[in-house]
Design a protein around this ligand. Structure first.
Ligand SMILES: C[S@@+](CC[C@H](N)C(=O)[O-])C[C@H]1O[C@@H](n2cnc3c(N)ncnc32)[C@H](O)[C@@H]1O
Length: 291
């Protein structure tokens, strides 16, 4: 079958759902991933075809796209901060907002007088709720002096995170642990970062079906009556585990910036800042441990 004809099939079945441009993108990601072919290959040879044996994988992908399964889960991979990551239904698909959090940490370290990126002095970093490992691995990749630890309660997520550390050639110490339980680690950290579950049940109505029906609820949702449960546990843990002047970074629920600042201010932290994302939504919190 000609790839051009399959492209037409994608548009016929999916344009109404996703729009023409996104469907083209899906199609080209599929042919690159399944057949190692590019948009240019098809442009240069409009008769380019695949064999009958090669067909089922892309037709199957089309069927899954019709069911609104995210393309990242169909292909089993995505990109974050320019790096490749494996993803499965046990890991959240990394979001652009989280790339902003990583960029903020790297930028602050580059400016910092005490904790310097690129110096020889090691920086210990802990990522809590690592999922695919996107935050931990990207920091390890971009900060040569970082010793990075990553924790998650989900053993399935940790398996994928480990495969991603290997894929990106970085050394991460993984910890299987619930942050909601009381525990200590021997290491003290200069930076603790987390993008924990923060979507309230009441916000489910705002969540698109492709997210709701496919992404792990363990990674997303918190109860309406205790939406900051993870932030409270992590802030208390950070008080025990951060070095003096250590930094705490959170990705936060856009609706709970004020509440988040108030929560962290109850503990031994100063210079608490709420930072907006590219959509002008309250999305990140940075605070310094007084020690
Ligand atoms: C919002 S996801 C973030 C994943 C990844 N860090 C990212 O930014 O894409 C939250 C993560 O917290 C993990 N998690 C949920 N409950 C947890 C708990 N009690 N202790 C530790 N991690 C937990 C989930 O498995 C999930 O990987």
């Amino acid at each position: 079958m000609k790839l051009k004809d399959i492209e037409q099939l994608f548009h016929k079945d999916l344009d109404a759902l996703f729009g023409k441009d996104e469907v083209s993108q899906f199609f080209y990601w599929c042919i690159e991933s399944f057949y190692n072919l590019s948009r240019l290959d098809i442009a240069l040879d409009t008769n380019l075809s695949i064999t009958v044996e090669e067909q089922p994988i892309i037709i199957n992908a089309l069927e899954q796209l019709k069911q609104e399964k995210p393309i990242q889960y169909i292909l089993g991979k995505t990109e974050f901060y320019g790096l490749p990551f494996n993803v499965t239904e046990n890991t959240l698909i990394p979001r652009p907002e989280t790339e902003e959090l990583v960029a903020l940490i790297i930028e602050n370290l580059q400016k910092s007088k005490t904790l310097k990126a690129n110096s020889k002095v090691p920086i210990n970093i802990l990522d809590i709720g690592t999922g695919s490992g996107c935050i931990a691995i990207t920091l390890a990749k971009n900060l040569p002096n970082a010793k990075v630890f990553a924790l998650d309660v989900s053993s399935e997520a940790l398996k994928i995170a480990k495969s991603n550390a290997k894929l990106n050639h970085v050394d991460i110490t993984f910890i299987a642990q619930s942050i909601l339980e009381d525990f200590n680690l021997e290491t003290k950290f200069d930076i603790i970062v987390s993008n924990p579950p923060y979507v309230r049940e009441l916000e489910k109505v705002e969540i698109k079906p492709n997210v709701l029906n496919n992404e792990p609820h363990l990674a997303l949702f918190v109860e309406d009556n205790n939406p900051l449960i993870f932030y409270k546990a992590i802030t208390e843990f950070a008080e025990k585990q951060l070095t003096k002047n250590g930094q705490l970074y959170f990705e936060i629920n856009e609706y709970l910036g004020v509440e988040m600042k108030r929560l962290v201010a109850n503990y031994a932290f100063e210079n608490i800042e709420i930072i907006k994302d590219m959509f002008e939504k309250d999305r990140m919190l940075k605070a310094e441990f007084i020690g």
